[in-house]
Design a protein. Structure first.
Length: 172
């Protein structure tokens, strides 16, 4: 074996660390890109309700929405995402990450349950779209008796979704 050439420098620890980091970042980006394409991630950036049914567990919700009165006036994002650009895409990103995580690991509740944060978003959507009605209800005695605790967070509140939970898509 010939002696090492004194004019050839071997990569030092910094260069090896940089190469290892570049490989790790490349692998993560490649895996992320593959997952995004495989899971039809671009469809979730649209307002197309069919995107919500990319996941088989949402088929029943999508089918129920197709038969609902809201089909003519609202898509999934109208009720399940804030109505601001940043709020909408921040919510979609957060939900997309956690949906991917839970479905990949198989740790999702069956039947699906809305989270407290998403429930608040949906409640606000009801109040925004039906403002003429809801403004008259807030502070009234609608629904006989005092407000009841919200199922998700236990606070006392008049909530549209407590009584009208199945309006957008009736699923048991």
């Amino acid at each position: 074996m010939p002696p090492p050439d004194p004019f050839v420098r071997r990569p030092g620890p910094r260069a090896r660390w940089a190469a290892a980091s570049a490989i790790a970042i490349g692998l993560a980006a490649g895996l992320g890109a593959f997952t995004f394409v495989y899971a039809r991630g671009a469809s979730y950036l649209t307002n197309d309700p069919a995107a919500c049914a990319n996941c088989h567990i949402m088929d029943e919700h999508y089918g129920a929405w197709l038969k609902s009165s809201h089909r003519a006036v609202a898509v999934c994002n109208d009720c399940h995402a804030p109505h601001t650009f940043v709020g909408k895409y921040a919510t979609k990103a957060r939900n997309g990450f956690w949906h991917s995580f839970y479905f990949t690991t198989g740790r999702y509740p069956d039947p699906l349950r809305i989270t407290a944060g998403n429930r608040r978003i949906t409640e606000q959507a009801c109040r925004d779209c039906h403002a003429e009605i809801t403004e008259g209800i807030v502070g009234s005695t609608h629904g006989a008796g005092a407000p009841v605790p919200d199922e998700q967070d236990g606070r006392l509140a008049w909530t549209c979704v407590r009584c009208h939970a199945h309006v957008g898509h009736f699923v048991r």
